[in-house]
Design a protein around this ligand. Structure first.
Ligand code: AMP
Ligand code: MN
Ligand code: MN
Ligand code: MN
Length: 280
């Protein structure tokens, strides 16, 4: 059987993406995506517009969200929820509460950036985000590129925004327990996003996988963005070891900013069970 062209991880203007939900859906359709999920950060507001546009162009769509979770000693991990009921009250309220901390965090980030000579960053980032509850480091990064302090968004993270850099501010996101209870309560499937990106030791990662599984997590992204062969092999090993379903998502944020376009992803290793077998 031909592998399904699924892309179950991307962002719109409803969080830190550059395209509106409808534009994103049309681009996915043009790129040959057959099953799409929109997974904005801690935000469900784009789902109805995306679903309507997907229905209009005949593209299969499933609800998605990417929840920011604090884990261990000031680490952040991202948990994707898929195929849930977007009206489920504790999920809706839960992500509202996660977002509520973004504005004060952004003011704190701007104060730290001010100390290293980057001025007006709160107002600058807000201009990109449009809404204080949505301000993410990606919006700061765009403003810093605009100021020509860095050549692109990735360099901004390397110099200023990644953990250990001057503009990094530690922040309490959701707990793993909460994120899993919201997603599972809403009838969705929980998936660990881009496992290759966390700066966790092997033992810490193993602890995350075990706890996630205990809490009812079922999946892991095996192909995310543009992983190396080694990263795919390692995620596939984890999927087999823990019996996780495998997901595939570009983490597309916008043309010119993301290296991987919607749907332009390697296929999952054939022996793994794709998460969409439980979504369709
Ligand atoms: P936040 O949720 O505010 O901490 O922002 C995290 C977002 O910043 C991610 O979802 C990405 O969009 C972006 N991001 C994080 N690290 C990098 C990086 N190294 N290069 C480019 N974008 C990044
Ligand atoms: Mn993002
Ligand atoms: Mn993420
Ligand atoms: Mn993402």
């Amino acid at each position: 059987m031909k592998p399904l062209k699924a892309d179950l991880h991307c962002h719109s203007t409803v969080s830190d993406g550059l395209l509106t939900p409808a534009e994103l859906v049309r681009r996915a359709g043009e790129n040959g995506v057959e099953l799409l999920s929109l997974t904005d950060h801690d935000e469900l507001d784009g789902l109805s517009a995306a679903r309507a546009e997907a229905a209009r162009i005949g593209l299969e769509f499933t609800n998605g969200v990417e929840i920011s979770v604090s884990w261990g000693d000031d680490q952040t991990v991202h948990i994707i929820g898929l195929g849930f009921d977007e009206a489920f009250a504790s999920l809706v309220d839960g992500v509202v509460n996660v977002r509520a901390g973004r504005d004060s965090r952004a003011q704190h980030i701007a104060a730290e950036l001010e100390k290293v000579g980057i001025h007006g960053a709160y107002e600058g980032a807000l201009r990109y985000a449009g809404n204080p509850a949505l301000i993410s480091r990606a919006h700061f990064a765009r403003y810093i590129v605009e100021l020509r302090h860095a050549k692109d968004v990735t360099s901004v993270f390397d110099w200023w925004l990644a953990k250990g850099k001057p503009g990094y501010v530690s922040h309490p996101w959701a707990t793993l327990e909460d994120a899993l209870s919201w997603i599972n309560g809403a009838g969705g499937l929980a998936v660990i996003a881009h496992p290759g990106r966390y700066r966790l030791t092997r033992a810490e990662l193993a602890h995350l996988y075990e706890r996630f599984k205990d809490l009812g997590g079922v999946g892991i992204e095996v192909v995310s963005g543009s992983p190396t062969d080694d990263e795919v092999r390692e995620c596939a090993r984890v999927a087999r070891h823990y019996g996780f379903l495998a997901s595939r998502g570009s983490d597309f944020h916008g043309p010119g900013e993301s290296r991987v376009d919607l749907g332009r992803l390697a296929d999952l290793p054939e022996d793994l069970t794709p998460v969409w077998t439980r979504l369709r």
